[in-house]
Structure formats: structure tokens, C-alpha cells
Design a binder for this molecule. Structure first.
Ligand code: SF4
Length: 219
């Protein structure tokens, strides 16, 4: 049995980002991240020291079940970056309880347990985040059979060019351009919709979305 830095377990609520935007889910937010993005919206959960609780796998499953109250059987594990932890046993325990497991990560670390989950949202960080993406870290994983999607936060022209390049590489996966909602969310969203609508380099499978939960002011 291991113990994990957990920032929060919350829900049932809806997923506010990407392919499953609007779908019901529980959230498990792990504390700790190997990045420091300039516009990170979860700065309160970047270090294990910020964890509100340190819990075993059994305690995490118990709390998720308690909060889910017989509603959703989807759990989205996010952070921080959950991939810095060894969640292998937690994944097994959640599967034993028939939970469908989604992971959100920037793709900087691909642990072996990631090949056991039900869906992965990889969100490589664009130039405005202050990071440089090492694509080789998740290239092999992209060829695995695990259902997955790509989500790119776009706040600047440079980010847009980055997303275009990524699309050329991963166009066969569900692909979301998410308007950066830290400042002026509506104007960035409108700018992004206008650009993608008139850009033949993107196919019709591309979605342009805001962070739904941020726009309506829920967690
Ligand atoms: S990868 Fe995500 S959690 Fe980590 S610093 Fe960037 S935005 Fe924040």
C-alpha cells in the first residue's frame, strides 16, 4: 500500500474541457507537477506539499464512492500531473469497482500504468506556457490502442502555429483547441473560432472549445 498527495476529490460534476466536455464525472486531483506553466490554473496543486490529504489507494476509492453517491462511474484523474505518481494499484482497484478511468496529463512522463486506463487526454503545453515540448516522450504512447485525445490551450498566434504543427502529426485523434481563459476568455475564443473556421490546414474533426466550467463559474 502506498500513500498519495491528494489535493481534492470532487463531484459528481461535468467535465469542462476537451472531447468529454459536458459529460458527468468525478474528479480526483493529485498534488504535484513537473511543469510550471505561466498560466497554470491549478497553481494551488503544483507541489506535493500543497496536498490537503495524504491517502492510500483504498481511502481514495472509498472517498470517490462516497462522493459519487451511486451516480457516475467515470473518474477523471487530474493534477498537477498525475503521471508523476505510481497509480498502478489505484487503477486496478477502481477498475474492480467498475469505474471508467480518464487521465489528464501534459504527456511529459508516460508511466506503464497509463496503458491500463480507459481514456487519456494529452495536453502538450504551447509556447505561451513557457515550456518546450519533448514529443518523443509520448510519441510511442500515441501509437498504443488506449483511447486518447489531444487538447492544446491556445492564447497567442505562436500557440496557434504550435497547434497547427501538432495537428499535422496527430490529425487522426480527437483534437481540441481550447481557448486560454485566464484573460479575456470570450475575445480569445472568438479569435480562435474565426481562425479555425477559415483555416484549411485543420480538418472538420477539430473542436474549438472554452473551459466550460470556468465560463459558468463552477469548479
Ligand atoms: S502542466 Fe498543468 S498542472 Fe502542471 S503547471 Fe502546466 S498547467 Fe499547471
Amino acid at each position: 500500500m502506498s500513500r498519495f498527495p491528494v489535493y481534492e476529490i470532487f463531484g459528481p460534476t461535468i467535465q469542462g474541457e476537451g472531447l468529454y466536455s459536458g459529460n458527468r464525472t468525478m474528479f480526483l486531483r493529485m498534488a504535484g507537477c513537473d511543469y510550471r506553466c505561466t498560466w497554470c490554473d491549478t497553481q494551488y496543486a503544483l507541489s506535493a506539499r500543497q496536498a490537503r490529504q495524504v491517502l492510500s489507494e483504498e481511502e481514495i476509492v472509498q472517498l470517490i464512492k462516497l462522493e459519487a453517491k451511486e451516480t457516475t462511474h467515470r473518474v477523471t484523474i487530474t493534477g498537477g500531473n498525475p503521471c508523476i505518481q505510481d497509480l498502478s494499484r489505484l487503477i486496478d482497484l477502481l477498475h474492480q469497482d467498475n469505474y471508467v478511468i480518464h487521465i489528464e496529463t501534459q504527456g511529459s512522463i508516460i508511466p506503464s500504468w497509463l496503458y491500463k486506463v480507459d481514456h487519456v487526454c494529452i495536453s502538450p503545453k504551447p509556447p505561451s506556457s513557457g515550456n518546450i515540448t519533448d514529443f518523443s516522450s509520448f510519441d510511442e504512447f500515441m501509437h498504443s490502442k488506449i483511447p486518447k485525445e489531444i487538447k492544446v490551450v491556445v492564447g497567442t498566434e505562436e500557440d496557434y502555429l504550435y497547434a497547427q504543427k501538432l495537428y499535422q502529426k496527430y490529425e487522426y485523434y480527437p483534437f481540441t483547441l481550447q481557448a486560454c481563459t485566464i484573460e479575456e476568455p470570450y475575445s480569445i475564443l472568438k479569435w480562435l473560432i474565426e481562425k479555425v473556421s477559415n483555416d484549411p490546414s485543420f480538418g472538420d474533426n477539430v473542436k474549438v472549445l472554452p473551459q466550460l466550467h470556468v465560463l459558468i463559474g463552477i469548479k
